[in-house]
Design a protein around this ligand. Structure first.
Ligand code: 9D3
Length: 247
């Protein structure tokens, strides 16, 4: 997969992306290229922004440098490229959207700065507008880094263990169960007995119960979107009966 990022801060996006599994996935599975609108600014000041018509604070990113950068992005591609604008007005990013994006061979991410981008450029060049959550960032770069990380780790082979994709929190709509490693005994507490016994069915049930219980406690909104099978309903009821008196 190839991702083109149009950004005034290419080195920032690069540093976010050159790290961890997604960093390692690059070259073979994932190619990230950056394009700086500043390089397309033609006036002596290399302007990429202008005052906002109608008045008010803040600057707006101008059409021309972005249009020219996107023209080069499209010209470098042998196929049509969907352009995604990262913005607080966008549709919320979810794992479902990440999975859909990960199947495409090419996407472009447009990062805004200042108050955002001239609406006319968005209307004519942008296919999708995506927000990464309900909080205020200072620009689209962290949004782009989030998309690249989430999409990049799904590229075949990017994960050490393909199983962990299938077991991802949100893949089955539930939060993850708790994890433990050595030592078994610590002043902070002991590792739950069931995990030490090697009874894989019991371990599986315990983990499922923890996933269901934590989702019920922390993200009830996720639970209401699911239809639980009989075993899951029983496990959750067990968890609720034991809560908060569990050891
Ligand atoms: C203080 C400026 N705000 C005026 C009410 C509007 C505003 C403009 C530009 C708020 C944030 C931004 C920059 N944010 C992004 O580019 C952004 C973002 C975000 O802020 N939150 C969640 N997802 C995203 S994706 C891109």
């Amino acid at each position: 997969m190839r991702i083109d990022v149009v950004t005034l801060f290419p080195e920032f996006v690069r540093q976010c992306v050159d790290v961890g599994v997604v960093g390692r996935a690059q070259q073979q599975l994932l190619q990230v290229e950056t394009w700086n609108p500043r390089d397309y600014a033609v006036d002596v000041h290399r302007s990429v922004d202008g005052r906002t018509y109608g008045g008010g604070p803040g600057m707006v990113m101008m059409i021309d440098p972005l249009r020219d950068a996107l023209r080069d992005v499209r010209e470098a591609a042998p196929e049509p490229v969907s352009v995604i604008y990262l913005s607080p007005q966008g549709v919320r990013l979810t794992q479902n959207k990440v999975e859909a994006m990960a199947k495409r061979s090419r996407i472009a991410l447009l990062c805004g700065r200042y108050e955002g981008v001239d609406e006319r450029l968005l209307e004519c060049e942008v296919d999708e507008e995506i927000s990464i959550g309900d909080y205020v960032l200072s620009g689209g770069e962290l949004g782009a880094a989030v998309v690249i990380d989430a999409v990049g780790r799904l590229q075949d082979g990017a994960l050490n263990d393909a199983m962990s994709v299938a077991q991802d929190s949100f893949s089955d709509g539930l939060l993850d169960y708790p994890h433990y490693t050595r030592p078994v005994h610590d002043v902070l507490g002991d590792v739950p007995e069931v995990l030490l016994g090697g009874d894989h069915r019991a371990i599986c049930r315990w983990r499922r119960k923890q996933s269901l219980g934590r989702t019920w406690l922390r993200r009830p909104d996720l639970l209401t979107q699911l239809t639980l099978d009989t075993e899951s309903r029983e496990l959750l009821n067990e968890f609720r009966r034991e809560y908060p008196r569990r050891g």
